[in-house]
Each structure stands twice: as C-alpha cells, then as structure tokens.
Design a protein around this ligand. Structure first.
Ligand code: SF4
Length: 204
C-alpha cells in the first residue's frame, strides 16, 4: 500500500499539489503542527480524521486561534463559516482520492468545497489510505455515496436512505448531505495545497 500511496503522491505533485506520505496519522499530525506558521489563523472543515487526531486543541495549545463550526453554537455558525474563508490555513480531509491524483468532495452546505476552492491561501488535507480509489471520479463518487455518506448520516442520526439501506436514493432523500459534488483536478492557482497521505485507515 505504501508504494501505491507514493505513486498517488507523485500524481498529485504532477497536478500542482504538494504531497507527502506518512506511515502513521501521528506523523501527519506532527507535520501539520510543525508546518503551521506561528500565529496563523486556522479553520477546520468537517472531518472525522481531524477530530480523531485532536488537532484543533493541539493547534490551540501552540497558540493558534482555530475556527471550527463543529464546535460552534448554532447561532454562531454562519459568522464562523464566513470568517473561516479568510483564515490562513484550512485543514480538512478528502472524501475520496483517485490514484491519478484527483480529489473528490461531496458537501451538504458547500462550506468546505468553497474554502478549498477559493478560501484560505493554504489548504491541507489529511487523507487515510481508505479514501483511495483505483478508478476515476465515478468510482470516487461511488465510494462517497456507499461508504462515507451512510457512515456520516448514521453519526449525525439522519434517516437518509443511505443510512438505512446502504444505498443512495436521491428521490427519497429529504436531508441530503450531497448538495455539491466537486472534483479538484489540479491545485487551484496561486495557493499552497497540501495533501498528506497516510498508510492507515482514517475517518470515513
Ligand atoms: S443523496 Fe441522500 S441517500 Fe444519497 S448518499 Fe447523499 S445523503 Fe445518502
């Protein structure tokens, strides 16, 4: 698997992304903690990978202000999400990554995709090996709809068709988490876009 991750990192670099491979999530976390510029304002997208690593609190311990809508009261969420677009660093994960180096995301509100596409000057994704797909973007979307979405819907207690049956049924889905599907084929221009690949299963 490590060789496959290295090949994917090379494919990402050919598309303008910065990419590094780590054996463990803890090594990737150490990279993030060491790479963030002193005093940088950091925003976090919805990510079980980031949550399980405790990175928000660990960055705060280093003196960073961290914006994370998962921690915000509902009344404060909109203002926080707007401010997150102007952070110095945006930290998240990917829903799926093709071996050819394309990142595929599906968002309910679009805040994460928006920030990644045209927000903070630096974006950093921590991506576990379980997010890698061998096919193209259709395979990536299939992974998201059959693995990530059902798991996320169950975590949130949403009675979506995918949570109940494991299969997507958009026509019967009234609480969809799939409003926006986006593919990052190359790193957006003029920004630093880092993808940290980890030889462990992380998140959904
Ligand atoms: S559209 Fe609805 S049912 Fe389909 S994957 Fe998304 S949340 Fe699940």
């Amino acid at each position: 698997m490590l060789a496959k991750l290295q090949e994917t990192a090379a494919a990402l670099r050919a598309r303008g992304f910065e990419s590094h491979v780590f054996e463990t999530a803890e090594q990737a976390a150490a990279f993030v903690l060491g790479d963030a510029a002193p005093g940088a304002l950091i925003a976090v997208g919805g990510s079980m990978t980031v949550k399980n690593l405790g990175l928000a609190d660990r960055l705060r311990e280093k003196g960073h202000e961290v914006l994370w809508h998962w921690e915000a009261a509902p009344a404060d969420r909109a203002a926080l999400l707007a401010r997150a677009m102007h952070a110095d660093l945006y930290l998240a994960s990917a829903n799926a990554l093709t071996e050819s180096g394309m990142i595929v995301q599906i968002d309910g509100t679009g805040n994460r995709v928006g920030a990644m596409a045209f927000g903070p000057k630096t974006v950093c994704l921590i991506v576990g090996r379980n997010k890698l797909v061998s096919g193209g973007t259709a395979d990536a979307v299939r992974r998201i709809k059959t693995v990530a979405c059902p798991a996320n819907a169950r975590r949130l207690g949403l009675a979506t068709p995918c949570a109940q049956t494991g299969k997507c049924d958009q026509s019967a889905c009234t609480k969809s988490m799939c409003s926006v599907t986006s593919t990052f084929e190359r790193a957006p221009g003029g920004r630093r876009f880092i993808v940290l690949l980890v030889n462990e299963d992380l998140g959904y």
